[in-house]
Design a protein around this ligand. Structure first.
Ligand code: IYR
Length: 222
């Protein structure tokens, strides 16, 4: 094992108290404008923007810095069509038979259903995979620690980057994900975590009237 190597933290920028307050408040205001969107425009988006957002996600902290993620950036209309086709087949089973009534009740305010046109309308789908183990240099199989949590953090940063870039997204978790390994030609040891649908909103896009929990109900101080 190599001995640990360290370097001075030169990247950190010390801000003034007032700059910190201003930036924290301004970023909060910006993030409060984020909404999940289900109706997308087919207006193109430059691939470089998506690559930068994914690169931001890939800066996320991860257990033992094992970076247990893989991102497939999908823009081929043919691949999007195949994803939509298999996803809708599974969603139909979910909405017709698999979903418990309580789950369907909980989805009522979102008015979701088995049809997923956004999977073809949006210019980009980012399929995010979790690698729960890895092969070491000696060929040994070892676990990736907190792999799902690490990927969750990366997805949060991806969503934030997409919003900050002026685009909208939907964190789509297909009912049953396994089928997408085949469509996206990914090995079985990568498991799909979600598809982030990214693009511009449709001109007539609507979002459900929802409320965020008041801060004092989700935060306590100790
Ligand atoms: N995957 C289905 C059902 C669904 C589940 C949850 I949890 C949601 O927040 C939204 C939908 C679908 O996408 O329709």
């Amino acid at each position: 094992m190599d001995s640990p190597q360290f370097t001075p933290l030169t990247l950190h920028q010390q801000l003034s108290e007032s700059d910190m307050r201003q930036r924290a408040a301004a970023f909060l205001a910006e993030m409060r404008r984020r909404r999940s969107v289900r109706q997308f425009s087919n207006r193109p988006v430059a691939r470089e923007i998506i690559v930068d957002c994914v690169a931001t996600a890939a800066t996320a902290p991860s257990g033992a810095n094992l970076q247990p993620w893989h991102f497939v950036i999908v823009e081929s209309p043919d691949v999007k069509r195949r994803i939509r086709s298999v996803a809708e087949r599974e969603e139909r089973k979910f909405y017709e038979t698999r979903a418990p009534d309580g789950w369907l009740d909980d989805l009522t305010p979102l008015a979701t259903g088995p049809d997923k046109p956004f999977l073809e309308d949006a210019p980009f789908l980012v399929a995010v995979f979790v690698e729960s183990s890895r092969q070491t240099a000696t060929g040994e199989r070892r676990p990736n620690y907190y792999a799902r949590l690490s990927v969750g953090i990366a997805v949060g940063m991806l969503i934030t980057a997409v919003h900050y870039a002026g685009l909208v997204c939907l964190a789509y978790t297909p009912s049953r994900m396994g089928f997408l390994n085949e469509v996206l030609d990914q090995p079985d040891d990568r498991r799909l975590a979600m598809i982030l649908v990214v693009g511009h909103p449709a001109e007539d896009a609507q979002v459900p009237v929802l409320e965020r929990k008041p801060l004092d109900s989700v935060v306590s101080f100790a």
